[in-house]
Design a protein around this ligand. Structure first.
Ligand code: PHE
Length: 358
């Protein structure tokens, strides 16, 4: 075959290649290590010197032509592939968003979001504090001195290693130490809630060594018990979504509030099932009181100028009551069947933007 015939044949192959693979095949069989043109190049070594130069130049030109043709064909194929995708792959931007049916929001997260949304509407902001606390913030500043019996009741987890004064760090037993941190940092007036983890050395059907609380703190010049009652009654009714939910304040004791109260909501236990909002029974759901003057003074706030109220409640407890979850331990089993049953769809979580789910 003459060089012209070889050129025609190869260029026909390039033009006929419908895919990148076919084009690559043409390149290998013409310019590859054992390709037609490569083999012809090898042969010119045996030719007389003058013929060799001429033939060599002709073969180099041929090689250049083939390379250019292959590059042009590759570009054409790429353009065609893109055009085909643009023709077939279309996005319908008017289709509604589908919520992923597999993910679920854990009831603890859902409940925290609901509590934050309700208090958010009342002008509370959310703050957080450390899980590892010192004795001062968890106890002493909250008017629980070293020999106070409340320390035993808290079943505290202590960390190994005492400081120079023999004091050990601990896992906070409640969210109340964040009251101290907030009062030390921010000059009143303040109005905040603190959702977060707490830890006690206690484990059975109704106690877990790790659980969640939400603390509330309001401090201003004229805050009084009426504010505490109005705020917490409103919260209970919004959270359980029962407008006329009976709410009762029962005298109680906490070292860091005076007076102190526990809040009960009305319920019925007739026939074994618990029904919130009906009947003559009461169910305790949170602790509260007016911030003890000593606590304010411990934080450098003048108790003659300022007063306030505080409250604390267990997140799992109010979640169990609202959503009928019978066993606290199941919250931490990470059982997907449980989560699918008691969990919430991501788009249903209330927020400060969408408001409480009512
Ligand atoms: N810290 C208390 C507890 O863990 C709850 C509480 C908070 C009570 C604030 C009154 C005021 O039981």
């Amino acid at each position: 075959m003459t060089i012209d015939q070889i050129r025609d044949q190869i260029l026909r192959g390039v033009a006929g290649a419908a895919t990148r693979e076919a084009l690559e095949e043409v390149r290998v069989t013409s310019l590859g290590r054992k390709g037609t043109v490569t083999e012809l190049m090898k042969e010119i070594g045996a030719l007389p010197a003058d013929e060799r130069r001429e033939r060599g130049a002709a073969l180099n030109r041929l090689k250049g032509e083939i390379e250019a043709a292959i590059a042009a064909a590759a570009k054409r194929l790429e353009g065609e592939a893109l055009a085909a995708r643009l023709r077939t792959e279309r996005v319908d931007v008017t289709l509604p968003v589908k919520a992923d049916p597999d993910g679920r929001i854990h009831p603890v997260s859902q409940t925290i979001a609901e509590v934050v949304a309700i208090f958010g509407e009342m002008g509370f902001s959310v703050v957080e504090g450390p899980h590892i606390e010192d004795d001062f913030h968890n106890f002493t500043a909250l008017n629980i001195p070293p020999e106070h019996p409340a320390r035993q009741e808290h079943d505290t987890f202590y960390l190994a290693g005492a400081d120079a004064h023999g004091a050990r760090k601990l896992l906070r037993t409640h969210t109340s130490p964040v009251q101290i941190r907030a009062l030390q940092k921010t000059k009143p007036p303040l109005r905040l809630i603190v959702p977060g983890r707490t830890f006690r050395n206690d484990h059975d059907a109704t106690h877990s060594p790790m659980f969640h609380q939400v603390e509330g703190l309001v401090v201003d010049r004229a805050t009084h018990m009426g504010h505490l009652k109005g705020c917490l009654i409103e919260f209970c009714r919004a959270f359980f979504d029962i407008e006329q939910l009976p709410v009762r304040f029962r005298p109680s004791y906490f070292p860091f509030t005076e007076p102190s109260a526990e809040v009960d909501i009305g319920c019925s236990r007739e026939g074994g099932g618990l029904r919130i909002g009906a009947g003559a029974d009461w169910l305790e759901i949170l602790g509260c009181g007016m911030v003890h003057p000593k606590v304010l003074a411990n934080c450098g706030v003048d108790p003659d100028l300022y007063q306030g109220f505080a409250f604390g409640m267990g997140i799992e407890r109010i979640a169990m009551l609202k959503y009928g979850i019978p066993d606290l331990r199941t919250f931490y089993d990470s059982d997907l069947r449980w989560l699918r049953h008691y969990g919430f769809l991501p788009l249903d979580v209330p927020s400060l933007v969408t408001g409480p789910a009512r």
